[in-house]
Design a protein around this ligand. Structure first.
Ligand SMILES: [Fe+2]
Length: 457
């Protein structure tokens, strides 16, 4: 292994003792100080030869070492290229947004949002030949396969809102479905780009007020929006922190719009108040009802930014009756659900998530969870004391592989050595020994979401 630049030390100025810092600046939430490039990484086990491409994950890594909330640090991408059974390189790069490079302010003097300024810290998604680093408040930032920043991308001037960090690529049509929410009207806008990346539909969706809408779902026939009671709060905005809080008054609704429809076609159905950052997947059952699996918090940010943990629930949306039934699918607290995205919008059997036994106080557990939702069973893969996994990403063994036939990739933080590994599990042998454990040249701070970018076939 060779390291071309940098070290993994914490930023100068991060003051001990760590206990006095907010959670997102302590331990493995703390940012790393350097951009590192390393080649030929050491691995235990056998890296599957079927994995040919790059695993890239995004997360906040404030360049100053300081930020008022976990969600608002500068985006940093951590990537590993795998090929011919080797871990060819590791790279981490800040996304050089205008916020990062120019300290450009996100708001203009009249408090409107400058959509060219964002932290690009939440997800990274490839569509129509572009790799986009995403944060839900601004335009995407295009990056190269080697994680260098190209610049702001606004669909050739057609996009007039921000973009969720959780767009959906329909496996049937190749279309990119996404939305934006805003603290100013229009509060919610739906967008659709065709398989070639051309923005072909932008549709204002009427909702009663400004809520935080992190993610959504699509089925073969519908787009599903969640309008849940975490509402914009001007006082929090003025204080410079996350400007959203729980509301006992707003209510909670799920809206279903036929694909290709308009706001007038959206059918809103009430659900019990709750919050959902992430659905697992949605599909239409044989009776035309929409089944939506969600990681559901009973409430969020009622007082400060902690609260009870989330569990996987199933919503059964009966469009004919205008009713949603809800049931918990597992007792475990989880977050960061993923599944085989070749099943996006279609009936899925399996899901994977991070076990979060300590709930929303952000202390982390050591296990991933796998759900078999057909048989109603789940299993945990525990990485052992002090070894903390992140979002598990499913990569199919081949384009014709069955659901669950493939690998789960995750960055695992090892507290004993204050370092990280890229760990590969066999999804079908979930509780078995990892297939490969690749030692990285520096720790990867806990972050958000990632994707696999395969080599062209
Ligand atoms: Fe997310």
């Amino acid at each position: 292994m060779s390291i071309a630049a940098g070290s993994s030390a914490r930023p100068a100025g991060t003051p001990p003792p760590e206990a006095s810092l907010p959670f997102h600046l302590r331990g493995n939430y703390a940012p790393v100080a350097a951009e590192v490039t390393a080649f030929d990484l050491p691995a235990e086990g056998i890296i599957p030869r079927g994995l040919r491409g790059r695993y890239v994950r995004n997360g906040p890594n404030p360049k100053t070492g300081q930020s008022p909330h976990w969600f608002v640090g500068d985006g940093m991408l951590h990537g590993v290229e795998l090929r011919d059974g080797r871990a060819v390189w590791y790279r981490n790069r800040w996304v050089r947004t205008r916020a990062f490079a120019e300290d450009a302010p996100p708001f203009r003097p009249d408090w409107t949002r400058d959509l060219t300024v964002g932290r690009a810290n939440t997800h990274v998604v490839a569509h129509a030949g572009r790799i986009l680093a995403l944060v839900e408040t601004s335009f995407p930032t295009e990056v190269t396969p080697e994680l260098e920043t190209v610049g702001c991308f606004d669909f050739g001037g057609r996009l007039a809102t921000g973009m969720t960090a959780h767009p959906k690529i329909c496996p049937r049509t190749g279309e990119l479905h996404f939305f934006a929410y805003s603290y100013m009207p229009p509060f919610l806008t739906y967008h659709r780009a065709d398989a070639g990346g051309r923005l072909v539909q932008s549709e204002v969706i009427e909702v009663p007020g400004p809520t935080m809408i992190h993610d959504f779902a699509i089925t073969d026939g519908h787009v599903v929006f969640m309008d849940l009671p975490v509402v914009f709060d001007l006082e929090l905005a003025m204080a410079g922190t996350m400007p959203y809080r729980w509301s006992d008054e707003y209510g909670a609704r799920v809206g279903t719009m036929p694909r290709g429809g308009t706001s007038a076609d959206v059918r809103w159905v009430e659900v019990a108040p709750c919050y959902v950052f992430h659905p697992l997947n949605a599909y239409e059952d044989e009776h035309g009802a929409i089944v939506l699996d969600v990681v559901r918090y009973p409430e969020l940010w009622r007082a400060g930014f902690s609260g009870p943990p989330a569990r996987l629930h199933r919503w059964h949306i009966d469009l004919a009756a205008g009713r949603v039934s809800e049931n918990a699918l597992d007792d475990r607290a989880v977050e960061f659900p993923r599944f085989d995205e070749r099943r996006l919008g279609m009936r899925h059997r399996y899901g994977y998530a991070v076990h979060t036994p300590h709930g929303a106080d952000h202390s982390t557990g050591t296990a991933l969870v796998k759900y078999d939702l057909r048989d109603g069973v789940s299993a945990a893969h525990d990485f052992g004391a002090g070894r903390v996994p992140a979002e598990p990403l499913f990569v199919p063994a081949s384009s014709s592989a069955a659901e669950d036939e493939g690998w789960l990739l995750t960055y695992v933080y090892d507290a004993a050595r204050d370092g990280s590994d890229l760990v590969i599990l066999d999804a079908a042998d979930f509780t078995g020994k990892p297939v490969a454990t690749i030692a990285l040249p520096q720790r990867v701070p806990f972050g958000f979401h990632g994707n696999w970018f395969p080599d062209p076939a």
